[in-house]
Design a binder for this molecule. Structure first.
Ligand code: GRG
Length: 311
């Protein structure tokens, strides 16, 4: 008899065991990171949070993460002819909302995860009450971070962050508690959930970066199309990683969604169908960038990387 390790899973049909090495992050993802991290750290330093909250927020916000959303804001600003540095208030705000969402998503009442970014989740490390409170604080601090943007942009940026955050929370409700029209097909439900839960914040990052870069309505419209395509693609890749990758690569438990009976892209359209959808959305994202010429090349590189990312 073959011994099967506790927690071992059988891979769905079409899935190859993980043998390859993940693609390296492109220069477009790496080059703004120092400025983004310094900006996040300086904002937290400026707040003088009470020590236990300061410790929890730093752990959740500064302890790892790819910074995909601030990087998207950065290059969206560049695509419309602005400076990446001008987008930092938006990147900081979005990353705080993202960090809040991960901390709350990991809680026992939601996804009940003990591992995130290869480390214990915040509630495992600091207790459930602190994880709830640190998440609450990060959501409030995100809106405060926008006050460092030029005054004239504050109203529009606040609206974008509000719309993105609210859509993310609605997507989480659909995903965990239900509420979508029962007559929708599984594929339509899945798209509605993830355009909100994962896509809305990515869309907001692109739009807010474009606004701070001084983009006009047409340019913001192109960035919106780009953000919507890569936002959905990001989730499909996440679902594929959930079945294909192991936790040492992703830094979080894998296989949980399928085990919990949740709708996933590989589950609904098969692994090959999901990969095809990733390729289609990648093309859609790149097509939205043509108007920016060379200034959109970093966003194009990011789309290509996000199609193949391994973490
Ligand atoms: C709790 C209100 C509330 C919302 C939670 C986004 C979300 C909604 C939960 C996260 C669940 C999840 C893992 C979704 C898949 C897409 C996603 C957001 C992955 C994590 O984002 P990355 O890969 O994380 O950008 P890093 O660690 O790089 O920052």
């Amino acid at each position: 008899m073959v011994a099967v390790a506790r927690g071992a899973r059988t891979l769905p049909s079409g899935v190859k065991p993980e043998t390859d090495t993940p693609p390296t992050a492109p220069e477009a993802l790496r080059s703004p990171l120092a400025a983004i991290d310094a900006n996040l750290g300086a904002y937290i330093d400026s707040l003088g949070l009470t020590p236990s909250l300061d410790d929890a927020v730093r752990y959740a916000l500064l302890g790892g993460g790819k910074r995909v959303r601030p990087v998207l804001a950065w290059w969206s600003g560049v695509a419309v002819g602005g400076a990446g540095e001008a987008t930092l208030p938006a990147g900081c705000a979005i990353e705080l909302v993202h960090a809040f969402s991960l901390v709350h998503d990991d809680l026992p009442a939601m996804d009940d995860d003990d591992l995130r970014r290869g480390q214990p989740t915040l509630h495992v490390r600091s207790g459930e009450a602190m994880a709830i409170l640190a998440g609450d604080a990060m959501l409030a601090l995100a809106f405060g971070a926008l006050r460092r943007a030029p005054g004239g942009a504050l109203g529009a940026l606040t609206d974008e962050l509000l719309v993105g955050t609210n859509a993310m929370i609605c997507g989480q409700i659909y995903d965990t508690l239900g509420g979508l029209d029962a007559s929708l097909s599984d594929a339509a439900k899945l798209e509605a959930i993830h355009r909100s839960k994962t896509g809305a914040l990515i869309r907001a990052a692109c739009r807010m970066g474009g606004m701070l870069g001084g983009g006009d309505d047409d340019a913001i419209g192109r960035l919106t199309s780009y953000g919507e395509a890569i936002g959905l693609m990001f989730q499909i890749v996440d679902d594929l990683l959930d079945v294909e990758a192991c936790h040492t690569r992703t830094g979080k438990r894998t296989g949980k969604d399928a085990d919990a009976g949740k709708l996933t892209y590989p589950g609904v359209m098969g692994v090959d169908g999901a990969r095809g959808e990733v390729a289609r959305l990648g093309q859609e994202a790149r097509a939205a960038l043509t108007v920016f010429g060379e200034r959109g090349s970093a966003l194009s590189d990011l789309a290509a990387y996000l199609e193949r990312r391994g973490t």
